[in-house]
Design a binder for this molecule. Structure first.
Ligand SMILES: [Zn+2]
Ligand SMILES: [Zn+2]
Length: 133
């Protein structure tokens, strides 16, 4: 599966079946996206490859450990290495046709915006939760 940023300069490939998405409702994701949440998934590093535009990627890291990478040309969130070092956090919206994917876990629900109404059957976790860590 190929993902890309809005301007199309940063592209990458995931050689894994993308099925289980996380939706993070934490206060930092709200500010970073300007929206209610951020949706993405974890991909093992060996199954991830940059295809183009790696030189355009900027990163920001908070002291708490939160980090985000983005295309310096268009501002889109792009994958970044998760703090465990062996996997990437990959934004789901970068892919055009994730037909088999669905949100399995909502995380940091305790911090969600008051106007954020969570729908669907996915499990809601008060704080952090990840199956593969
Ligand atoms: Zn871009
Ligand atoms: Zn978050």
């Amino acid at each position: 599966m190929k993902g890309e940023c809005v301007c199309g300069k940063v592209t990458y490939e995931v050689a894994e079946n993308i099925s289980k998405l996380y939706q993070c409702h934490c206060s930092i994701c709200q500010k970073q996206t300007g929206s209610a949440s951020q949706t993405g998934f974890f991909c093992q590093s060996e199954n991830f490859a940059w295809l183009s535009g790696q030189g355009l990627i900027s990163s920001f890291k908070k002291e708490s450990g939160y980090s985000v990478s983005f295309c310096s040309n268009c501002g889109s969130t792009v994958p970044n290495v998760f703090r465990t070092g062996d996997k990437y956090w990959v934004p789901a919206g970068a892919f055009n046709n994730l037909v088999d994917a669905k949100i399995e876990n909502h995380i940091f629900v305790a911090n969600k915006a008051d106007w954020d109404e969570i729908c669907g059957e996915a499990t809601q976790h008060e704080g952090f939760f990840a199956v593969y860590l």
